[in-house]
Design a protein around this ligand. Structure first.
Ligand code: UD2
Ligand code: MN
Length: 475
């Protein structure tokens, strides 16, 4: 409703940093813009289209291809066709069944004529000067995938909110071992090495929705994994593939595109199937090598049928891609790799039989308890040889009497714990034990009570080493 009350041609401020408008680009390639949608609101979709038409230099824009992924809303049928009939550069194709965004984008790709392909979600607004910074790095080196800085359009008011991400706080895409993308910031040491803050920056992963890629390179690098359904995982798969097989991924700070972020995914999944996990497992099976065990342990090896990945493995061989270890060492050396763990899995209180968890991916927050669900996820914890109780970059800390999480810091003794022979979790700094009181973990004087005993699967160092054989046994 908010969107319907705002012009589909609305004016946006120029959100670029000083200096962006002055950058001179060499001869730039033209691009097809591919926008897939499933049951998108009409005004939102049209505003996406007009923002491309209004803010892209005519000679750089070959066409806009709208791919309808089997929507059933009436406004997307004849009314949409009638509307775009007036827009010469815009065409519409429809899938014959619900395919999901990967196969819908591949349909767009099969029809595209531009030198470059630019993918956008169906609820975006391209701001002033968005396109040139995406095409520039591709003109220099076609084996490059370039993403913009993504600003937020608020889903309640449609306000365009320039994100705090900027040339000074340059965002990069990273991931956790659950293979979920999230934002990170460029490490200080890399920031210091940057000569020009407006230059594109290398990013380990991309968010997935908004990027440009040379069309021939997209073909050569194996487009997408067409075995992925509906939503999720394709961005991580593509990120690994591009880096491992000789390309590069960049974020261009001078390109800003707004995107409506929604609180929950509006799509019906395939009943009884976890498509996101299926897609992620396909990525893990193809690209993670022996490191896939760190992904699988995150959901307690509750595997789903991921189909056949032999063609993707053949592609990996044909392109002579690096092993995953190369990516970990060279592209994302800051990522915590859980090689050094002595216990792992859920931490169950022996008195109440409930599990320690954190509810969201908040960097600072309390540790809570909940009924053990046996699915890993937010109840999955690792004990490291450095005495941390951690998941990804979160570590448990004793904070007065409370137990919470904060970003891991090796030498922070408030984060140091022992999991002792008697099954107590001993906080070294305060010489106290983690206790369960009123279903909350607290620090208390060690008493030997059952409420201070925790069940957590111990690991030997040998079983912990990354070996295919031990992984096979585990599943
Ligand atoms: C992010 C990406 C999105 C995609 C996704 C992981 C951004 C801003 N967005 O989530 O592009 O990479 O992560 O898969 O980086 N769609 C279909 N058919 C479907 C489902 C979705 O065509 O079955 C369309 C949908 O209308 C939208 C696009 O695919 O235009 C992406 O879906 P989303 O907006 O729900 O994804 P998002 O932004 O939550
Ligand atoms: Mn989206």
């Amino acid at each position: 409703m908010a969107s319907d009350r705002i012009s589909v041609h609305r004016t946006l401020a120029d959100y670029r940093e000083d200096g962006c408008a002055k950058i001179q680009y060499p001869e730039l390639p033209d691009t097809s813009v591919i926008i897939c949608f499933h049951n998108e609101a009409m005004s939102v979709l049209l505003r996406t289209v007009h923002s491309v038409l209004n803010r892209s230099p005519d000679k750089l824009l070959t066409e806009i291809i709208l791919v309808d992924d089997f929507s059933d809303q009436d406004h997307l049928k004849a009314p949409l066709e009638a509307y775009i009939a007036r827009l010469p550069k815009v065409r519409l194709v429809r899938t014959e069944k619900r395919e999901g965004l990967v196969r819908a984008r591949l349909l767009g790709y099969s029809l595209a004529k531009g030198t470059v392909l630019t993918f956008l979600d169906s609820h975006c607004e391209c701001s002033e000067g968005w396109l040139e910074p995406l095409l520039g790095p591709i003109a220099e080196d076609p084996q490059t995938v370039v993403a913009p800085i993504i600003d937020s359009i608020l889903d309640k008011s449609m306000a365009y909110l320039k994100s705090g991400r900027s040339a000074a706080h340059i965002p990069i895409g990273v991931f956790d071992w659950n293979l979920v993308f999230h934002w990170g910031y460029l490490p200080e040491k890399d920031k210091k090495l940057r000569k020009d803050p407006l230059e594109p920056v290398k990013t380990p992963t991309i968010a997935g929705g908004l990027f440009s890629i040379d069309r021939e390179y997209f073909t050569k690098i194996g487009t997408y994994d067409a075995g992925m359904d509906i939503w999720g995982g394709e961005n991580i798969e593509m990120s690994f593939r591009v880096w491992l097989c000789g390309g590069r991924l960049l974020i261009a700070p001078c390109s800003r595109v707004g995107h409506i972020f929604r609180k929950t995914s509006p799509y019906n999944s395939i009943p009884g199937k976890n498509v996101f996990q299926k897609n992620s497992m396909r990525a893990a099976e193809v690209w993670l090598d022996e490191y896939k065990q760190y992904y699988y342990e995150r959901f307690n090896y509750r595997l789903v049928d991921f189909g056949d990945v032999s063609e993707r493995l053949a592609l990996k061989k044909r392109l002579k891609c690096h092993p995953f270890e190369w990516y970990l060492n060279n592209i994302i050396p800051e990522l915590y790799v859980p090689r050094d763990t002595t216990a792992g899995g859920e931490i169950i209180n022996m008195k109440d039989g409930i599990c320690l968890e954190i509810t969201s991916r908040t960097v600072h927050g309390p540790v809570n308890t909940y009924t053990c669900h046996g699915q890993g996820g937010n109840q999955f914890w690792l004990l490291t040889t450095g005495h941390q109780i951690r998941r990804d970059d979160h570590c448990m800390r004793g904070n007065g009497n409370a137990v919470d999480v904060e970003p891991c810091a090796k030498n922070n003794t408030a984060q140091h714990w022992l999991y002792r022979e008697d099954d107590t979790l001993f906080h070294i700094q305060s010489e106290s034990c983690m206790d369960l009181q009123d279903r909350k973990p607290v620090l208390a004087k060690c008493s030997g009570n059952r409420s201070q005993k925790w069940m957590w699967k111990r690991r030997t160092q040998a079983a912990n080493s990354v070996k295919e054989s031990s992984f096979q046994q585990a599943i």
